[in-house]
Design a binder for this molecule. Sequence first.
Ligand code: FES
Length: 100
Amino acid sequence: MSRIVKIASKNDVPRNGSICVEQENEYIAVFNVDGTFYAISDVCPHAGGPLSEGVVENGKVMCPWHGWSFHLDPEHSPEDGVYRYKVIADNDDINVEIPD
Ligand code: FES
């Protein structure tokens, strides 16, 4: 089971920028890559760096603390400790699927 939850408005995330939102005690990094939105856990599995503050290049975000990089797209979900949310962008809203 899963739920669809609004985590931000599209206007909250600048084009080619990112924000961090808190949702149900989880920190989620939300990225706008050329108008496509991605949402992944904000906490780097290495040592807790804020992935929302990382640089995005070639579909990956580089952690600002030690440079590990992680795919943004849930289609690429390696076992790397980063949860990738399915994003459903609807009108002005950015929604994610949250597993129960
Ligand atoms: S905390 Fe992210 S690479 Fe070290």
